[in-house]
Design a binder for this molecule. Structure first.
Ligand SMILES: Cc1cc2nc3c(=O)[nH]c(=O)nc-3n(C[C@H](O)[C@H](O)[C@H](O)COP(=O)(O)OP(=O)(O)OC[C@H]3O[C@@H](n4cnc5c(N)ncnc54)[C@H](O)[C@@H]3O)c2cc1C
Length: 349
C-alpha cells in the first residue's frame, strides 16, 4: 500500500503553548522524543510514521506520514485527541489536507466482527475466535486491533462515525463506548477467522466480555495496526506479561532461523512455551504470572549486555515498561529504532 500524508494548520492564540504542552505530554506518557531542526520544526519518525510540528504566526502546523490510509486514521485521531486534551475547541476546528473525511460514515478501518467461540486457553487466558471476513487483505496493516463495545453492555451499540476533524466521533453519555487494544494471535485466512487471547484479569470490561461472550455476538473493531516485524538485529531481548504473549508470538513467527537472543514471558506452571509460541531459535524463559512484574527487570539485567543485545522489546504493565525502557536506553545504549518498551495496561495504585 502507498504511504499516506496529511497536513493541518490549527489556528491558535498561543501556538507555542500548545506545542510545549504537546511535546511534554508525548514525552512523559508515550516516551516520544522529538528532534528539533534548524527551521524550528519538531519531528518524530518511527516505523513509517512521521509527526512534524512547527509554530506558525497564530497557528500550529502539523504534518503526518503513515504507512497507509488505515494507519493514517489512527494518526489523525491521536493528534485530535491530544489537541483536545489541551484545547477542546481547537481540536474541533482541525481540518486536514487531502480528501475530506466521509463525515457520518464508519471509519474506513472499522469492522463489525462476529464471535465464533470463546474458551479458556490455559489458566488466566481466554481465547476468543472471531469471524473477520476481509482479514486476508488487511493482515499486512498490523498485528493489533482496537476492540470496541458499549460501556454499558445492556445498551444497543452506537458505533463511531467520522467527524469533520478527521477523527471518529465517539458516542457520549449513555451510548459511550469502551475501546481497548488486543493482538491477533492466529489468522486463518482460509476460513476468515482470527484468535485473540485475552488475560482473565477480573474487573475489565474487555476481559469480562471475552469470558462471557457467545457465538453470534457482534463486537466493533478498528485496525489492524502496529508493526508486523521486529527490525533486524544480532541479539534480541523480548519480554512480556500475559497481555504481550500474542505479540511476542507474532514477532517470533517472523524472525529468521538465524536470529538469537532471549525471551522472558509470563506463563503459568504446566504450560509449555512450545505449546504457545512458534518454533524459535531464541531461548524462552518463563516466569509465573504472579511473579512476572516483580522479577522481569532482574531477568533483563541478567540476560542482556551492552554492545551485545542490540534490540529490546517489552509489553506489559506501565511501571515495568518504564523500568525496561530505562534499562534498554541507559543500560544498553539502545535508541528509538532499537528498543520498544510499551505499557499495554496500567495498574491502579
Ligand atoms: C498494542 C496493545 C496490544 C494489546 N494486546 C493484548 C492482548 O492481545 N491480550 C490482552 O489480554 N491484552 C492486550 N493488551 C492490553 C489490554 O488492552 C489491557 O489489558 C486493557 O486494559 C484490557 O481492557 P479491560 O476492558 O479488560 O480493562 P480496563 O477497563 O482497561 O481496566 C480495568 C481494570 O483492570 C486493570 N487491568 C487491565 N488489564 C489488566 C491485566 N492484564 N491484568 C491485571 N489488571 C488489568 C486496570 O488497571 C483497571 O484497574 C494490549 C494493549 C496494547 C496497547
Amino acid at each position: 500500500m502507498q504511504k499516506a500524508t496529511a497536513e493541518t494548520l490549527i489556528p491558535l492564540d498561543s501556538p507555542q503553548a500548545m506545542l510545549t504542552g504537546f511535546l511534554s505530554h508525548l514525552l512523559d506518557d508515550h516516551g516520544m522524543v522529538f528532534d528539533r531542526s534548524g527551521d524550528n520544526t519538531h519531528s518524530f519518525a518511527q516505523d513509517g510514521y512521521v509527526v512534524e510540528l512547527s509554530v506558525q504566526p497564530s497557528a500550529l502546523r502539523i504534518r503526518l506520514e503513515a504507512p497507509d490510509d488505515n494507519a493514517m486514521i489512527f494518526s489523525k485521531e491521536g493528534i485530535v485527541h491530544h489537541v483536545a486534551e489541551l484545547d477542546p475547541d481547537a481540536a474541533q476546528q482541525i481540518r486536514w489536507s487531502g480528501a475530506a473525511p466521509r463525515v457520518g460514515e464508519f471509519p474506513k478501518n472499522f469492522r463489525l466482527l462476529t464471535v465464533k467461540r470463546s474458551e479458556i486457553l490455559f489458566a488466566g487466558m481466554q481465547r476468543v475466535t472471531l469471524h473477520y471476513p476481509d482479514i486476508d487483505g488487511l493482515q499486512g496493516d498490523g498485528i493489533h486491533l482496537r476492540l470496541i463495545m458499549p460501556l454499558n453492555p445492556a445498551r444497543t451499540p452506537v458505533w463511531p462515525v467520522m467527524g469533520e476533524n478527521g477523527a471518529p466521533v465517539w458516542p457520549q453519555r449513555e451510548d459511550a463506548l469502551h475501546a481497548r487494544y488486543v493482538t491477533l494471535k492466529n489468522i486463518r485466512t482460509d476460513v476468515q477467522e482470527v484468535d485473540i487471547d485475552i488475560v482473565r484479569h477480573g474487573t475489565g470490561l474487555v476481559s469480562g466480555w471475552a469470558q462471557n461472550t457467545q457465538a453470534g455476538q457482534i463486537v466493533g473493531a478498528m485496525g489492524p495496526t502496529g508493526r508486523v516485524n521486529l527490525p533486524e538485529a544480532q541479539s534480541y531481548f523480548l519480554a512480556a506479561d500475559g497481555t504481550g504473549l500474542p505479540a511476542i508470538a507474532r514477532f517470533l513467527e517472523n524472525l529468521p532461523a538465524t536470529a538469537c537472543g532471549d525471551v522472558v514471558v509470563a506463563l503459568p506452571d504446566g504450560v509449555s512455551p512450545q505449546s504457545y509460541f512458534p518454533e524459535t531459535p531464541l531461548n524462552i524463559h518463563t516466569l509465573t504470572p504472579d511473579m512476572f512484574e516483580a522479577e522481569v527487570l532482574d531477568h533483563a539485567l541478567r540476560l542482556t549486555r551492552a554492545n551485545v543485545t542490540d534490540y529490546g522489546f517489552f509489553a506489559g504493565e506501565f511501571s515495568n515498561a518504564q523500568a525496561l525502557r530505562k534499562h534498554f536506553k541507559a543500560g544498553l545504549g539502545l535508541d528509538k529504532t532499537s528498543q520498544l518498551s510499551t505499557a499495554y495496561w496500567r495498574r491502579e495504585r
